[in-house]
Design a protein around this ligand. Sequence first.
Ligand SMILES: [Zn+2]
Length: 306
Amino acid sequence: MVREPASRSAETENNQLHLEGAVSRKMRRAMKSLSILLAACALLAGCESNPITGRSQLMIVPESLAVSESATAYAQMMGQLGQKKQIEVDTARARKVRDITDRLVAQAIKLRPDSAGWKWEVQVINDPKTVNAFCMAGGKMAIYTGMWDKLNASDDEIAMVMGHEISHALAGHTQERMSVAITSQVVAQAAAIAISSSESTRGLAMTGTQLAAVYAVQMPNSRTSESEADAIGLQIAARAGYDPAAAVTLWEKMGKLGGSPPEFLSTHPSPENRAARLKELGAKVQPHYVEARANPAAVKRYVNLK
Ligand SMILES: [Zn+2]
């Protein structure tokens, strides 16, 4: 009477253990196949072939998210700079930059038709000491007045810088860098440090994805991305009617600048090598420039349209 329940209980326990063992083995097997499946999905979903260059890129962050988070981060940055009266509104220089970027955007859309749906915007940031410019995912652009004050950049040279920056966005480099920042703890920490020490973003409350969006346009790109942006940028600028030779003079001027290098100079230890390559690329797109000068297209408004 006493033993029976005990043995029944032992039996139940045994069965339970057996069952648990089977379940956990099943679970482990299921988890293993799930993780293999997830890894395969991540590889499939994460690596995309670039629509312009064909290169395979890590794209964990979908472009729609890169675009929306960049827009939010950009609005925060411009809002803060606006409060500090650092955004040039309707100056001759701001109008000129709009005209240049309108021409470039028209060519960008020809190269990547879906970018016609982007809310293209450009702002001139009054910061005479900073020689820099950027274009975030989705076409949110800015240029610092140091480009004129420190570099005395011509319209053609401004077009080269903006063409280069627009190309990073078109070729998904911003999205690619956001993906790397989000998946890598080390990069994420570097992003947070870089951004908290940056003049234009100090004191802003941003989410991780928004930080990654800013990081993507502030930190140096890989040499592969730089080469892609040089080639695409020169093509866009030449087709928009800007002299490809300006790419060379621009990089020569920037090569002589001291201090911390801007994004478009940072991964290039030798400005002379880049100038030589830009000369070569410029010769290839020269016919487009000649054609655009002979038949100038009417300027259509693309930027800052709400
Ligand atoms: Zn670049």
